[in-house]
Design a protein around this ligand. Structure first.
Ligand code: NAI
Length: 492
């Protein structure tokens, strides 16, 4: 059993190693710090000391606790000086050969009962463990950046990882104030896999010239995401994000669902990595430009609005339409509004022209998921004959900021949420994690406003399936295949 009395050996004290060392020392462990780069371990301790000074100044930490914690951080010159540790956590360079040979050394050095943990973000834990004498003692302990602040730890099981070892690491992470979630060692584990569509759908829309990056960001922020996909990719680094996407794609034997984007590749080829070098989707320090003004023709005062359909969205539309004379047709098989001859329908996945053609409608606009943020941006698209300014006028009168876009299936938020749900469902189907684990991981690891299974609950399974079916009908191919788990969830 690993308790706070036991020593920890932390190998590789860069960005992540430093954060993990701080967490472990604050939980009461003595932590040996080792790094092959000369002076890095001492420097890491100094950096933690600087962080503590700031925390003490802000009265978030007492001087006494800061001193006691620092006294538990022990830079060492050789791995052998850490040989009493019963837990080793590595956060060295992301290379299989380096990690593998490190664990081989550690097996010979540490007591037989020691746990070996890797903070790898993308390498298979099974592959790292292959050829070790005791692969059952190797487990992934995947922290998120910055480790002292982010609550999530993915406890990653390789094929040979002993369940008892994983359980011990889970308990330890909990004792450190983290929320551990179990994951099978599959490409991207939980977070880096389920999050792929957040970037991929945005990049698809950009490639189609459907709307500008700042417009994409605005509508996804209005859906509750802390950052839109483009500003987030700029923050993460387009090179890093592209590398992760490529790794997940390759590791899944080039499953087209994970196909990287030409748009992103071109930015990387141009050396536009994002914030870190001043230019990505946006130019820094200015960042995203203001949204282009959208022509708006407000509806005539006292207009009558008919709210079609039933359910929470129809109810929300009726409430938002308080400035109009409202009547309702709950029996309609679509959800939205009608003003005179203009219909505004919530997207069911089909593009505006598909619906207009199928139903012989002349004036049609489709709009996205309703914003969860008051006054938030909402994407809409119109058929050629419908006036975009009139549709924008109605959406604005309902209290939202209309954002026109090219007519694309599932618009922005609806298709993104549907694909996040679908990916999460597939992860559960393949035993990577549980639905609760996926929800916790996405909320705590990448700050999503809700978990994918919470969205599934909100949107409803048939809506999610309908959205993906419509995407598949438009694009054809493997990208928009519906997870068997989602199909089966209905049968159950
Ligand atoms: P980093 O480059 O900041 O730090 C790596 C450190 O390891 C360096 O100080 C380097 O000198 C040292 N090192 C390299 N080879 C070594 C060896 N054989 N023995 C001892 N020390 C060695 O890298 P970072 O970002 O901290 O990443 C470390 C690991 O954490 C990687 O596996 C990465 O995939 C993973 N990770 C990174 C996250 C991030 O946001 N940066 C998030 C979660 C995991």
């Amino acid at each position: 059993m690993t308790t706070s009395k036991q020593d920890i050996l932390l190998i590789g004290v860069g960005v992540m190693g430093q954060g993990i060392a701080q967490v472990a020392a604050q939980a009461g462990h003595r932590v040996f710090l080792f790094d092959t780069f000369e002076g890095a371990a001492v420097k890491a301790r100094e950096k933690i000391a600087t962080t503590f000074t700031k925390l003490v100044e802000k009265a978030k930490l007492t001087q006494q606790d800061a001193d006691a914690t620092l006294a538990r951080l022990l830079p060492i010159q050789t791995l052998a000086e850490g040989k009493t540790a019963l837990l080793a956590i590595e956060a060295v360079v992301e290379r299989l050969d380096v990690k593998h040979s490190l664990f081989q050394q550690l097996e010979d050095l540490l007591p037989e009962g020691a746990i070996l943990a890797t903070n790898t973000s993308s390498i298979s834990v099974t592959a790292i463990g292959a050829g070790l004498k005791r692969p059952e003692r190797l487990v992934g302990m995947h922290f998120f950046n910055p480790a002292p602040l982010m609550k999530l730890v993915e406890v990653v099981h390789g094929l040979r990882t002993d369940k008892a070892i994983a359980a011990e690491v889970e308990q330890l992470a909990r004792a450190w104030g983290k929320t551990p979630v179990h994951a099978r060692s599959t490409p991207g584990f939980i977070v880096n896999r389920i999050a792929r569509p957040y970037y991929a759908e945005a990049l698809m829309l950009l490639q189609e010239q459907a709307l500008a990056p700042e417009a994409l960001d605005a509508v996804l922020r209005a859906a509750g995401f802390r950052m839109g996909p483009c500003e987030l990719m700029d923050l993460i680094g387009l090179d890093t994000n592209y590398a992760v996407t490529k790794t997940v794609f390759e590791a899944n034997f080039y499953d087209r669902r994970f196909t990287p984007s030409l748009v992103q590749r071109e930015l990387v080829e141009a050396g536009q990595f994002g914030r870190k070098n001043g230019r990505g989707f946006y130019v820094y320090p200015e960042g995203a430009p203001a949204l282009a003004p959208c022509p708006v023709a407000p509806p005539a005062a006292g207009s009558t609005v008919v709210v079609h359909g039933s359910g929470t969205v129809a109810d929300a539309l009726a409430v938002a339409a308080k400035g109009f004379t409202v009547s309702r047709v709950p029996t309609s098989n679509w959800v939205g509004l009608q003003l005179g001859s203009l219909q505004l329908r919530q997207t069911d996945g089909r593009s505006a022209w598909q619906i207009a053609r199928a139903e012989g409608l002349a004036q049609l606009a489709v709009f996205d998921e309703l914003p969860t943020v008051a006054g938030g941006a909402i994407a809409f698209a119109t058929t050629g004959a419908a006036s975009a300014a009139h549709a924008a006028g109605v959406l604005q009168a309902l209290g939202w900021q209309p954002v026109p876009m090219q007519d694309a299936p599932g618009l922005v938020v609806a298709r993104t949420l549907a694909m996040l749900v679908n990916e999460a469902a597939d992860a559960v189907q393949q035993g990577v994690c549980t639905p609760d684990g996926a929800d916790a991981a996405m909320k705590l690891g990448v700050n999503y406003p809700a978990g994918p299974f919470e969205w599934l609950q909100r949107l409803g399974r048939s809506r999610v399936i309908g959205l993906i079916e419509a995407l598949d009908a438009c694009y054809r191919g493997e990208r928009y295949r519906i997870s068997p788990w989602l199909q089966r969830a209905g049968a159950a």
